[in-house]
Structure formats: C-alpha cells, structure tokens
Design a protein around this ligand. Structure first.
Ligand code: ADP
Length: 491
C-alpha cells in the first residue's frame, strides 16, 4: 500500500485530465484531452457526455498503465466542472441529450418566472444559492420539457440525472452506482444546505423527479469500485468534489476564515465557513465545502466576473500587449498608474456592487498616460475587485485570515504582491499550482485511509508555498481606494 499511487480524474470545462500522485502529493504524470464545446444558440453551451467519458477513460487508462496496473493505484479521486447536467438512460447507460454546461443561460426565463412568483427568498434560505441559470436544477427541468428522449426515459422510470462526477462514477462502475457528492449536490438548487437528502419541496418547485437523482454521499470514503473490465482490476473511488471546493481543500483552507482565490478567466473566491450554516447576503453564495462521515463543512463563495479575460482583452481587442506575461514588466516600469483606473465591468459588475448592466471604464487618463499605466491599472483592478469582495465576505461574518491564490494569472508576481499590499493581508501562492487536482487527491487519500483526516493529508501532501507580505504605505492605499471608489460611482 505504501508505494501505491492516487489517480485523479480532473474533468474541467475545456479539457479532461488524469493525474497520478504519490501519497506525499508529488505529481507522477498526467494525460490530458481537450473537450469539444458546442454552442448551438446564443447563450447555450453544451458538451457531449459520451466524449467526456471516452476521453476520461482514455486518459485514466494511460495513467493506470504508467502506474504499472490497477493494483498499483490505491484510490481514485474525482473533481469536476460544477453544475453541468448530464441525462442518461439507466437501461442502456447512454446519454439521452447533450450535457448542458454551467455557463449556459437558456433557463433565464424560467428563473425569472420563479423569481416573479416570489420563490427566491425560500430558495436562497434553503440552498444558499440564487435563482440563476448557472445552477443545475433548472437545466434538468429544461431537458424534461424540451427533449423527447429525456421525457420518455422519465416516463419509463429509466431517467438518470447527474452532474459530471455522477456521470463518471456511473460509467466507471459499469452502472453500479448512481451517486453525487455533497459539494456537487449543493450546486443544484435541489438540496438544502443542511439536508442530507434532496429537498422534496425544491424538487417539486423545479419540477425535477426525485427518482431520477443520484444518492448524495460524502466527499471521501469507499464511495464505489470501478468495474473490473475497465482497468484490469478494480480500483476504489474514494474522493469526489466540485472543482472549486477541491481547490479550496488543495490550498489547505481547512479552518474558518481560510480563503482561496483562483484567478483564471474570472476569479472564484471561497472562504471556509466551518460547520455553521452560512446565511450569505451581498449576493455571495453558501455552499458545501465537504461532507465527511455525514458532517458538513461550508464555504462562502463569491466570483469576480472579469480577471484574466481583461488581460486577454488588452491583448486581443486593444492590441496593447502581445503576451499576458508582458504585463508584469510593464507594471514594474512605472511607480504608479498616474490616476488611471480600469473598472473591468465588461460583463456587468458582481458582488458587492451588483450592477449587472454596468459597463467597463478606463478613467483618469491624461497625455502622460501610456500603455504601462493602462496595463498597470488592469492588474490593480484585480486587487480592487478582490478587496471589494473581502468587504462583502466580512459583512457576511467571514474575515479572511490570509489569502491563498492560484490560477493562470498568479504567475504574475507583481499582481500577487499588489493584492497583499492593497488588502493588507498575507498572500500565499503554492509552488505546485494544480490545487484542484491536489484537493481531489487529498480527499481520495483520506477516503482510502492513507490519512486519518484532511488536516493530516494537508500536512503531508501540500508542498512549498511562497508568501507575499503587505508593504504598501497607507497614503498609497488610500489614494488608490479613493480613485477606485470614484470610478465605481461614475459607472
Ligand atoms: P482558465 O482556467 O479560466 O482557463 P487560467 O487559470 O489558465 O484560466 O488563466 C489564464 C488567464 O490568466 C488568461 O486570461 C491570461 O490572460 C491570464 N494570464 C496568464 N499569465 C498571466 C500573467 N503573467 N499576468 C497576467 N495575467 C496572466
């Protein structure tokens, strides 16, 4: 057992990957395949669930072979793009329709109907979420209403719904297990944050038949076994979590107040809330961080809509830079942005301002403002947006103790330091940036009892980190604060 490896299946939005880890958290190999994105109409995003499975299986088999066979793998951990819904036929095991992806907005009308009928307060209180097309429940209802095969399977009692981890477990077990972990289940609008099972009232409100839904299980434990024919021997599936929760665990945010921010295209920020039930306001979300031995821990979640996509915009639309990496040297080439402020509300402004119709601005320009000022202002906007969210979290009773960062943008050292400076907290960046996969590996390691709990797994598996200490003067901070507040006011 001691030298056995952990196999992580990391099923993201744009690619699916399999990775091998040692029990110390050292990566030993990975295989990756791109996923086809289908955009059948404006605002619609679909995946082919069959493709997801085929590519996951291929990548997993490559890693099992690399490990030297199924008996060299102690456990599988799964992490996945959240909220995406798959519908399949229990009898054939085949998908009934294209998966509706989390980004898909087609159920906006249904969400508005539910809101107008006055249901949002109850849904928010029970689930910690908002009535928004993002979440899984209304996507399931859409499939039932608009896809004849889904409706027909429901009529025959053969319909199975699930988020992506649920679909993968079904296929990995040869149809033996229809389960979903509590972190993924908490993104459906169909489970109360403190309810062990699906909520009958919420299922009725959304019109989703409970018998089509998976059984809700812990995030770690002997959750299922792979079918023997897949890998030449069975492998236990011992950990599962939605990608953002897995990253929070992989960053070692295991006690209340510990917070992680992933700066990719957008930024996802989750703060550990402990075992108390969160009641978020300020447009933040309450979500299950993990459930172990039936005990739930929660997180509060907030999103910045535009993060790395602002850098892409500077590169691709404005042509100010050729490469995202240039931004660091440009920001360092000047002492301050000269009063230039970018509010990156390119698709509205999120919490705590919540101005969905707002549009972005570049303000404070003078003849002295050059490319470097604009680029620096773009990077500074990340600290400003993060600070605004920190305030919203504080209003919801979570003071960030420090901020653990990851994602493609955090390769930028200047930005990491600026976030520490502007928020006046320690910012920590792990050297191993694949925190999502590491979190799934930690859950699997706990689930197969390599480690007694997540704290022990974090101790053993999370490697070296870099720390950025706040150093900005109050004068500079206050000046930035005033400029930002003024720019927001003008939106
Ligand atoms: P996602 O997972 O959302 O696809 P990634 O975590 O891969 O995103 O991050 C990619 C984003 O980070 C891109 O939007 C890119 O513009 C930005 N980015 C990459 N390197 C840097 C850098 N050195 N400085 C600033 N932004 C960067």
């Amino acid at each position: 057992m001691a030298d056995k490896l952990i196999l992580v299946l990391d099923e993201g939005t744009t690619s699916t990957r399999a990775m091998l880890f040692t029990r110390k958290g050292t990566p030993m190999g990975s295989a990756q395949e791109e996923l086809t994105q289908h955009y059948p109409q404006d605002g619609w995003v679909e995946h082919d669930a069959g493709e997801i499975w085929d590519k996951t299986l291929r990548a997993a088999r490559a890693m099992v072979e690399k490990a030297g066979g199924a008996d060299k793998i102690a456990a599988i951990g799964i992490t996945n793009q959240r909220e995406t819904v798959v519908a399949w036929d229990r009898e054939t095991g085949e998908p009934l329709a294209r998966a509706i992806v989390w980004q898909d907005r087609r159920t906006a009308g249904f969400c508005s109907e539910l809101k107008n009928a006055g249901h949002e307060a109850l849904v928010r209180m029970k689930t910690g979420l908002l009535l928004d097309p993002y979440f899984s429940g209304t996507k399931m209802r859409w499939m039932l209403d608009h896809d004849g095969e889904v409706a027909d399977a429901a009529g025959r009692g053969a319909l199975a719904f699930g988020t992506v981890e649920s679909w993968l477990v079904w296929k990995l077990t040869g149809g033996g297990a229809h389960i979903s972990d509590a972190s993924n289940a908490s993104r459906t609008l169909l489970m109360a944050l403190d309810g062990a099972e699906w909520d009958a009232n919420l299922c009725a409100l959304l019109g989703v038949p409970q018998d089509a839904l998976p059984r809700i299980v812990d995030n770690a434990g002997e959750l299922a076994q792979t079918a023997p024919e897949l890998f030449g021997g069975t492998i236990p599936i011992c950990g599962m979590a939605g990608d953002q929760q897995a990253a929070t665990i992989g960053q070692g945010c295991l006690s209340p107040g510990e917070t992680k921010a992933t700066y990719g295209t957008g930024a996802f920020i989750l703060a550990n809330f402990g075992a108390d039930l969160p009641k978020p306001e300020n447009r933040l979300l309450g979500t299950v961080l993990h459930q172990l031995d039936g005990q739930r821990h929660y997180a509060i979640e907030g999103a910045v809509f535009v993060a790395g996509s602002l850098i892409q915009y500077l590169r691709d639309t404005l042509g100010l830079i050729d490469d995202a990496q240039e931004t660091e040297a440009l920001a360092r080439s000047i002492d301050h942005s000269g009063g230039v402020v970018i509010v990156p509300a390119l698709s509205g402004l999120g919490a705590p301002h919540w101005l969905p119709d707002a549009r972005a601005s570049i303000s404070g320009l003078s003849f002295a403002s050059g490319k470097a000022h604009i680029v620096r202002a773009a990077l500074e906007a990340m600290a400003h947006q993060t600070a605004d969210l920190a305030q919203a979290f504080a209003d919801d009773d979570v003071e960030w103790t420090r901020l653990k960062i990851d994602g493609g943008m955090t390769a930028n050292n200047w930005m990491a330091q600026d976030i520490a400076d502007f928020l006046q907290i320690e910012v920590i960046r792990p050297q191993f940036v694949e925190t999502t996969a590491l979190g799934a590996a930690m859950l699997a390691a706990v689930g197969c009892r390599i480690y007694a709990d997540l704290d022990a797994a974090a101790q053993a598996m999370i490697g070296e980190v870099e720390s950025f200490q706040p150093a900005m003067s109050d004068y500079d901070r206050n000046r930035r604060d005033v400029h930002w507040a003024r720019a927001i006011e003008k939106l």
